[in-house]
Ligand binder design. Structure first.
Ligand code: PLP
Length: 393
């Protein structure tokens, strides 16, 4: 039997196809950030997207575009090297200062992406002999960073503080350091982590809490993110996030104390051995942070839109602009998405392994620029998907 990368790929794709887990890229022209164009057999079609993470529609904002163009004229297109060699162009320091100011931390470090940030931060702080406790619904790159670290990695039940405490009681004493990992806003469910309770448990058991605010920054608590969304600001010592969702650009960051940031800049392999963030991305992110700081009410708009949708459908009030509609198996999620696409709406189905088996879903995301009339129209097409699910409960 010949065994090549091609024979392996053909067999694997066939197996995934059978499980409705094969995925395909669809070229998408997001010309105004809400209306997108997709080529189809019968010519290009325009769809209203309700599945983009561009919560403030800043990817197409004139101020960000101008900032990016100026940065290219001034510094060129690429960073040219890793930040520790010659890739640390001046915009990166400015961006770090702006992020630290928004989050109220001493310092910040930026990375090439959020995924790279987690792959760099976690193994710098934990290694063999250490313990990592991660919420089971944490983003794939938190888990990947945990695995890469070589520490003992245990998943605790989603937002279940009793389960977390049981693991701390059972395992903490046998390890040098303990890191607790969680999304601040869960990316596929839209609910928030109980950061106050998590901080208390971390303190009690001498563990370090790290939150991933990819879906919080720019959106929750006047744009300051999930650590500010629980009454008093929660003092999470390690706050990472991305510049590629509400911020509208590209890149990842960690906000933390200066010493922690200095250690990350010295040791995190995805910073040391990977090229610095391009100048245009840094400049666009800086411009976005200026807008967020100047227009806190604008940051609240995506959640207001999500609330309108949920209220009309009798769904629980959302805590973020992410609204999941669980449909169960992959085929149902694909069919529901195809039905909405027929009506002019783009809502990509989310399937395992992105979400646990049996929880395939539609994941609606709302942005500041969605027209109420478009949301109301969407509601009419989603209504009959909601009723059977509610009846089955
Ligand atoms: C999108 C996302 C990331 C990855 O960020 P990128 O900048 O896109 O690499 C990390 N964590 C969470 C929770 C995310 O949703």
């Amino acid at each position: 039997m010949i065994n090549t990368p091609t024979t392996f790929a053909v067999a694997k794709l066939a197996e995934l196809e059978q499980r409705h887990q094969r995925r395909r890229l669809a070229p998408t022209d997001r010309h105004d950030t809400i209306r997108i164009m997709r080529p189809t057999a019968t010519g290009a079609r325009t769809l209203i997207s309700f599945c983009c993470n561009d919560y403030l529609n800043l990817t197409g904002d004139a101020r960000l575009k101008a900032a990016a163009k100026n940065a290219i004229d001034r510094y060129g297109v690429g960073a040219g090297a890793s930040r520790l060699i010659t890739g640390d162009h001046p915009l990166l320091g400015e961006l770090e200062a702006s992020l630290a100011a928004l989050k109220g931390t001493e310092d910040a470090v930026v990375f090439g992406s959020g995924y790279l940030a987690n792959l760099g931060i976690i193994p710098t702080l934990a290694g063999p002999g250490d313990l990592i406790l991660a919420d089971e619904l944490s983003h794939a790159c938190l888990m990947a960073g945990g695995q890469l670290s070589g520490a003992k990695l245990i998943r605790f039940a989603h937002n279940d503080m009793a389960d977390l405490e049981a693991h701390l009681s059972a395992h903490r004493a046998n390890h040098r350091h303990c890191l607790i990992l969680t999304d601040g806003v869960f990316s596929m469910d839209g609910d928030l982590a109980p950061l106050t309770e998590l901080t208390d448990l971390a303190d009690k058991h001498n563990a370090w809490l790290m939150s991933d605010d990819a879906h919080g920054i720019g959106v929750l608590a006047q744009g300051r993110g999930s650590t500010f969304a629980h009454g008093a600001a929660v003092n999470v010592p390690l706050q990472m996030g991305t510049l590629s969702k509400a911020i509208g650009s590209y890149g990842g960051y960690l906000c933390a104390d200066k010493a922690v940031c200095d250690l990350i800049k010295t040791r995190a392999r995805t910073l040391v051995y990977s090229t610095g963030l391009p100048p245009a991305s840094a400049a666009a992110a800086l411009a976005a942070l200026e807008i967020i700081k100047a227009e806190p009410e604008f940051c609240a708009a995506p959640i207001i839109k999500a609330k309108r949708f949920c209220k009309a459908l009798g769904l629980p009030e959302p805590q973020s602009p992410i609204v999941p509609l669980l449909l169960g198996d992959e085929a149902s999620a694909l069919a529901a998405s195809a039905k909405l696409e027929g009506a002019g709406f783009l809502v990509t189905p989310i399937r395992p392994p992105t979400v646990p088996a049996g929880t395939a879903r539609l994941r609606f995301t709302f942005t500041a620029g969605h027209a109420d009339a478009d949301i109301d129209q969407l509601v009419e097409h989603v209504r009959d998907l909601v009723q059977p699910a509610a009846a089955a409960e």
